[in-house]
Design a protein around this ligand. Structure first.
Ligand SMILES: Nc1ncnc2c1ncn2[C@@H]1O[C@H](COP(=O)(O)OP(=O)(O)OP(=O)(O)O)[C@@H](O)[C@H]1O
Ligand SMILES: [Mg+2]
Length: 500
C-alpha cells in the first residue's frame, strides 16, 4: 500500500495537536515516526485509522483519496492499528479478543469457535509467543497482552500495520521475534508505521523516518543517512549534548542504611538480601522471568512474602499494607501505566493528587485551589504538556501521563522511592530530565530503587546495580565496576555468585 497524508490539522479545544502534517509511506516500507511526548504522533495515527476525523487535510491510499475514514473503513482497507495503550477486553478469551468484531461464522450465524481458536493459535505460534489462544486475557501478564495486541493485527491479511510503541512491555527476545515477522511481511509488500522512543529499535527496523515537533512536520528521510545523535536533535529541535549525569564514584554513604532487605522470598524470588543507603540510586535489573517484576511489587508491600524482612529505618515493614508502606515513607512509580498507574475516569488534576490524598491529606475537605496549585507545580517541574487540568487523564499523550504519575508520587515526599521502569514511553530528551530529577532527589537525601532493563539508563545514574538471575541476586556491581557486558553476564547466569 502507498499512503499519502497531506496537510493534516487537528485541534482538541485550545490544543493544536497537528498543524498541516504530511506523511508518505511506500509499499513494503517500515516508516518510523519520531517526536517528543505530545508531538502529535498518536493523533496522526488515530486520524489515519478513522478514530476521529481531521479538521482539515487529505488521505490518499494508492493514489485515491479516502474521505470520512472510520475504523470499519480502515479495517476494510486492510489497515491495522496496534494501539499505544492496551485495548483488550479482560473478560474475554485471547482468541475472542483477536476476532472481536470480525468473528468467523459458519452457516452464516454461528460463530466458528474452533477455526477461530486454530487461527489465533497459529498466529501466536508464528510469533513464538507462549500463549494459549483459549486462555482468559485477565490472567495474562502485560507483556503477553501486548503480544496478543500484535497478534490481532497479524490475524488478517493487512497492507498497512500501524504500531504505536508496541514493545514497551516486551523483552529483547520478544522484540527480536517481532522484528523477524515484520521483515517477513515487509518482503510480502506489507507497509508499517512504527512509533517508538527507543532509538535502537527505530534504527534496527525502520527504513525511513518522519519527524514531528509540536504538531508540525519537520523532516523526512532515510535512517541510513542519519545517526542517533542527529535523530535526537531533529526531534527535540536543539543541539543535544550527550553527557553523563553521574561521573566517577558512587555518592552514597555506606554507614547510613535506610532500607534493609533480608532473606526475602516471594512468588518468583528467594534469598534477596541487600541494603539501600541514604542518597543512593540503586538499580535492579534482570531478564524477563528473573523475578524483578515480583520483587518490585514486594518492596512496596503489594505482593505477599513467604520469608524474610523489609526494614525501614530499623523498623520491620513486611506483612503490612501498601498504605502502611506509604505512611512509613515509601513511594512507588509502578510499571505499565495504563493498568497500574492511572485512573482513567479521573481528571488530570485528580490523578496528580491521588497519592497525596492517601497519606498526606489531613483536612476534611479537598480544596480545588490546592489541587490546582499542585498540578501547576508539577506541570512546570515535569514539563507536562496538557490542555485544561480538568480534562480526563486519557486526553494526555502517553509520555505526559507518565510524567503525571511520577509527579503524583513526588508529592508524598517519601524517603524511599521504588520506580519500576519510570521512563516508559518518555521521549529521549525528557528521559534525560527524569534522570536529572532522580539524581537531584538522591542528592537531597532520598534513596531510590530503580527497576530498569535499559543499560544506558543504568549507566547514567546508578550508584550500584543489582542483577537478578532465576529469582536470586547473581551480582551487585558498584558504579565503578559497571559495564554492559558484565550486567549481561550476570543476567544470563554466565557469571555466578555475588560481587560487591
Ligand atoms: N482526546 C484528546 N483531548 C484533548 N487533547 C488531546 C487528546 N488527544 C491528544 N491530545 C493532545 O494532543 C497533543 C498530541 O498528543 P499525541 O497523543 O498525539 O502525542 P504523541 O506524539 O503520541 O506523544 P507520546 O509520545 O507521549 O505518546 C497532546 O498535547 C495531547 O495532550
Ligand atoms: Mg502517543
Amino acid at each position: 500500500m502507498i499512503l499519502d497524508m497531506q496537510d493534516i490539522s487537528k485541534a482538541f479545544g485550545s490544543v493544536q495537536a497537528l498543524k498541516g502534517v504530511s506523511l508518505h509511506v511506500g509499499q513494503g516500507e517500515v516508516h518510523g515516526i519520531l517526536g517528543e511526548n505530545g508531538a502529535g504522533k498518536t493523533t496522526l495515527m488515530n486520524i489515519l485509522a478513522g478514530t476521529f476525523p481531521p479538521d482539515s487535510g487529505h488521505i490518499f491510499l494508492n493514489g485515491e483519496e479516502v474521505s470520512n475514514m472510520t475504523p470499519m473503513k480502515a479495517m476494510n482497507l486492510k489497515i491495522r492499528f496496534i494501539h499505544q495503550e492496551l485495548n483488550l477486553c479482560n473478560d474475554l478469551k485471547v482468541y475472542e479478543n483477536m476476532f472481536l468484531g470480525e468473528e468467523l461464522t459458519k452457516k452464516k450465524f454461528i460463530v466458528d469457535k474452533k477455526t477461530q481458536i486454530q487461527r489465533a493459535q497459529a498466529v501466536l505460534d508464528s510469533m513464538k509467543a507462549p500463549i494459549d489462544a483459549n486462555a482468559n486475557v485477565d490472567g495474562l501478564e502485560t507483556a503477553q497482552k501486548q503480544l496478543v495486541e500484535i497478534a490481532r493485527a497479524l490475524l488478517f491479511q493487512s497492507e498497512l500495520i500501524i504500531m504505536d510503541e508496541p514493545t514497551t512491555a516486551l523483552n529483547n527476545q520478544e522484540i527480536e521475534n517481532l522484528f523477524s515477522i515484520m521483515r517477513e511481511l515487509k518482503g510480502q509488500g506489507v507497509s508499517f508505521i512504527y512509533i517508538s522512543h527507543k532509538m535502537p529499535e527505530l534504527f534496527a527496523i525502520c527504513d525511513k523516518y518522519t519527524v514531528l515537533r509540536d504538531g508540525e512536520f519537520i523532516e523526512t528521510g532515510r535512517f541510513r543517512d542519519i545517526d542517533v545523535h542527529r535523530a535526537t536533535e531533529l526531534l527535540i529541535g536543539k543541539v543535544h549534548i550527550d553527557r553523563n549525569i553521574k561521573e566517577g564514584q558512587p555518592s552514597f554513604v555506606e554507614d547510613s542504611v535506610v532500607m534493609a532487605v533480608k532473606g526475602l522470598r516471594g512468588q518468583a524470588f528467594h534469598d534477596v538480601t541487600f541494603d539501600l543507603y541514604k542518597n543512593e540510586i540503586l538499580f535492579i535489573t534482570g531478564l524477563q522471568g528473573s523475578g524483578t517484576n515480583e520483587l518490585a511489587m514486594a518492596l512496596f508491600g503489594a505482593s505477599p512474602l513467604t520469608a524474610g524482612e523489609i526494614m525501614l529505618h530499623g523498623q520491620a515493614l513486611h506483612g503490612r499494607t501498601i498504605k502502611q508502606f506509604m505512611r512509613n515513607g515509601v513511594g512507588m512509580v509502578p510499571r505499565n501505566r495504563k493498568e497500574r498507574g492511572i485512573l482513567p475516569d479521573l481528571s488530570i488534576r485528580d490523578n496528580t493528587s491521588l497519592a497525596y490524598f492517601t497519606v498526606k491529606h489531613k483536612k476534611l475537605f479537598i480544596s480545588d485551589k490546592e489541587e490546582s496549585e499542585r498540578f501547576e507545580r508539577n506541570k512546570l517541574k515535569m514539563d507536562i504538556r496538557s490542555g485544561s487540568q480538568s480534562n480526563p487523564i486519557t486526553s494526555l499523550s502517553g509520555g505526559n501521563q507518565q510524567k503525571v504519575i511520577i509527579g503524583k508520587w513526588l508529592e508524598i515526599d517519601a524517603d524511599v522511592y521504588i520506580m519500576d521502569n519510570p521512563t516508559q514511553g518518555i521521549d529521549v530528551g525528557t528521559k534525560f530530565a527524569i534522570y536529572e530529577l532522580i539524581d537531584d532527589m538522591a542528592k537531597s537525601g532520598k534513596s531510590i530503587i530503580v527497576f530498569s532493563n535499559e543499560y544506558p539508563e543504568i549507566h547514567q545514574i546508578a550508584d550500584r546495580c543489582l542483577i537478578m538471575y532465576k529469582g536470586r541476586i547473581s551480582g551487585i556491581l558498584n558504579r565503578t565496576e559497571l559495564s554492559e557486558v558484565k550486567v549481561m553476564e550476570y543476567s544470563t547466569g554466565s557469571i555466578q555468585g555475588e560481587s560487591t
